[in-house]
Design a protein around this ligand. Structure first.
Ligand code: NAP
Length: 171
């Protein structure tokens, strides 16, 4: 019998030591190298995001990517983006894709984390005052497969590193 392919969901996020990711519907820092890495990893793939994150983008939709926006608002449209009204509808729309990136924000990360097979984390080694946070990562379900040495962003002076975590396969 034909079995529908599983969505291959990866999460990409930049988070502070205290899991802070945003404030006033904006990012907490601008690290040029991290933005370039985000573009490099996601270009050519589908990006899924919440309506608030989509609204916060300086340039939307994100070019050279299939943009999926999730909202409850059935009247919401944006040229160049596909709009879905539930998590399941978005998951169904990306079945069979090689890799799909969930790019935030907090509400969307929380709901997609149980489906994520890979996490691309940018750890920013500072605590930030924020109004949105990444959910706690259960380290019994993910294992870290790589982490870079700490780097320093020259403009902000912030220290950061890239880590990749994979979901541990179920026995
Ligand atoms: N540090 C990072 O890597 C990073 C990445 C991305 C975003 N951020 C930050 O995160 C913040 C935004 O996060 P957020 O949690 O406020 O908003 P969000 O997750 O971007 O979007 C939330 C919106 O998504 C829609 N939504 C959520 N779940 C839904 C569901 N199950 N069905 C239908 N619609 C659903 C709703 O839109 P409607 O209200 O239209 O119904 C909801 O208001 C900003 O500060 C942004 O800068 C940080």
């Amino acid at each position: 019998m034909y079995k529908m392919p599983e969505p291959n969901i990866s999460i990409i996020v930049a988070l502070a030591q205290n899991y802070a990711i945003g404030k006033n519907n904006d990012l907490l820092w601008h690290i040029g190298d991290d933005l370039r890495r985000f573009k490099q990893l996601t270009t050519g793939h589908t990006v899924i995001m919440g309506r608030r994150t989509f609204d916060s983008l300086p340039k939307r939709p994100l070019p050279n990517r299939r943009n999926i926006v999730i909202t409850h608002d059935t009247a919401y449209t944006c040229p160049g983006a596909e709009v879905f009204h539930s998590l399941n509808a978005a998951l169904d729309a990306v079945r069979g894709e090689e890799e799909t990136f969930v790019i935030g924000g907090a509400e969307i990360y929380r709901q997609f984390l149980p489906f994520a097979k890979r996490l691309y984390l940018t750890w920013v080694y500072a605590d930030f005052d924020a109004d949105v946070y990444f959910p706690t990562i259960d380290m019994s379900t993910f294992r870290q497969i790589s982490i870079t040495p700490r780097m320093t962003d020259e403009k902000s002076g912030l220290e950061y590193a890239y880590a990749e975590l994979d979901r541990i396969p179920q026995r």
